[in-house]
Each structure stands twice: as C-alpha cells, then as structure tokens.
Ligand binder design. Sequence first.
Ligand code: THU
Length: 131
Amino acid sequence: MLTNKELLETAKKASENAYCPYSLFPVGACALFESGKTYTGCNIENSSYGLTLCAERNAISNAISQGETTKLIKIAIYSPKSKKCFPCGACRQWIQEFADGFNTEIILEGNSSQENLYYINDIFPYSFKLI
Ligand code: THU
C-alpha cells in the first residue's frame, strides 16, 4: 500500500498530464482502493467548457472501468496552482458513491510540507444515496 505522501506524489505526476488549455489549472488525483490498487486521473477540459472532466472523477472512472470492485479508501488530490485543491461538489458525490462508509480519506497537500487529511463525511455530509 502506498503511503499518503506517495499517493500525493503520484497525484502530482498525474497532474503533469492535465489537459487544461482554458483554465491553466492542472489537477491530478490518485485513488487508493481496498484492493491495494491505485488509479490516477487528471483534469480534461473541452472547448465546450461544461464538458470538462475533473481529475478525481477521471481517477474513479479509470478504477471502475478497469474492474475495481472494492471500496475507495483514500484519494489524494494535487494542483500546482493551489496548496489545497478540495474536490468540487460533483467529485464529492462521486467519491461518496464508492466510499468506505463515511471514512474515505481526502488527502491534500498542506500549507507546510505536510499533507492534510479530511474525511468525506466531514466535507460532504447528508449526501444523497440510493444504496
Ligand atoms: N478541477 C478538478 O480537476 N477537480 C476539482 O475538484 C476542481 C476543479 C479542474 C476542472 C477544471 O479543469 C479546472 O480544475 C479549473 O476549474
């Protein structure tokens, strides 16, 4: 299993692949599942701006489409333009869908050289769930 620091490093590498000619705001994400496997994603923008895909949803989409069936236990998010790149509302809903109960960890780069850690339930309480 990768450490939180390694997850952030992997997210940082993924951010280098971002396609963001409009916002110039690259984001990378690295999702760790209970299986021990990790999946990365970067943001992919589009000239029709609303079609932009965030890094977090790209990473989760990679996981599910590659056959991952275990719970999402951690997701690290990195942007060189923001010390703490919190997931947007849509990505919070996606994270919750595959979360480990309410305890999935959101790992962000901190203001010091240390990473910062949040739980999905704290940043996305009372979420909508069917199952
Ligand atoms: N973005 C992400 O990739 N993840 C987020 O959670 C917030 C925003 C991207 C979308 C867009 O390409 C750029 O950041 C600026 O909004």
